[in-house]
Design a protein around this ligand. Sequence first.
Ligand code: ASP
Ligand code: MG
Length: 423
Amino acid sequence: MALIVQKFGGSSVADAESIKRVAKRIVETRKAGNEVVVAVSAMGDTTDELLDLAHEVTPIPAPRELDMLLSSGERISMALLAMAISSMGYVARSFTGSQAGMITDAQHGAARIVDVTPVRLREALDDGAIVIVAGFQGFNRDTRDITTLGRGGSDTTAVALAAALDADVCEIYTDVDGIFTSDPRVVPKAKKIDRISSEEMLELAASGAKVLYIRAVEYARRHGVTLHVRSSFNNNEGTLVLNNPGEGDAPMEQPIVAGVATDLSEAKITVVGVPDLPGKAAEIFTIVAKAGGNVDMIVQNVSTAVSGVTDISFTLPKPEAQQVLRALAAEQERVGFSAIQHDDQIGKLALVGAGMRTNTGVSAKLFEALSAASINIEMISTSEIRISVVTRADTLAKAANVVHAAFGLDGDDEAVVHGGTGR
Ligand code: ASP
Ligand code: MG
């Protein structure tokens, strides 16, 4: 008997009808002779609505109480899903994160899983029950409080359960048919990928691909969990995310480029007129780090001998920009730079592919494609298997489409998008 973990996101359980549809799907998997464990997200936009509600009550909700509030969203969906399955004549039992043995550190709102002790889940499975677990939440042993794993945390719940129960596969159900070569909402000719390496998936997720959360991919990679990302609206095969996609009976033909990710969530800050002296970059990025800035790309201009100063630009998530700007401004005199600029109209495009390691000319082709479309590149950064560029926000979609075509990724048909958010 195989053990299958299935994760259903908020858009798959948005209302009573969807919950019944998902219940049917779970029962089919059980009927096929599998043990089934389900991790479920809160219905639709419940988490956002609860967050709004908290902020209507107080500008800064206490982190402990916020986790109590937000974790209730998944309790609603798990119980309703168990009821729906029961009404179909199958035994289902729902469990909160803490009942499921999801042990985390004490960091409210961004807790990390430190241990998974799924004793009660194993018992329920042995009783023949279908197990439903509330995603996104855990329990800290020291504080004895409920925690949440951070937005989108249900993916991580599912993967952690799959690892702890030694599941055969962790199926992530979403409203698209799998992982695409680009976001089909941005690049209509994006194609579904059949198999992708966890390494490439990590880079895509880190570069803004929203279909899978990076922490879930990291966890799966570390624990050797096979992910199957597929649609909850049809029975099509989705995308397998594997540590070694070339292994097994279906060796993958390795394309040079796996996909093109786009990201409009970052802002650019430029520190102008930084004295070109040892230690200045350290001073600046210490200030940035202390202000909570998660820096992504960095570019330092060449300084001329005459001026003796240089400009340093970096990108970071938009919501962190204001705090970082304030912190930098407060230290302007000490560090000795002349001005700060803030630009929140940037877009980031990332080209990802393990084949870049062994193929030359990938960057030349990327830059040519952008230049042919008259798109200006403002920043560039690379890893071993990724090239990222920053452009104007309003040219990002065009950039993604031309780059996608240039690397031969375009499919023949327009991709089907079933739902609204990709989650
Ligand atoms: N309900 C949580 C959120 O919206 C967790 C999840 O959906 O995975 O972030
Ligand atoms: Mg959600």
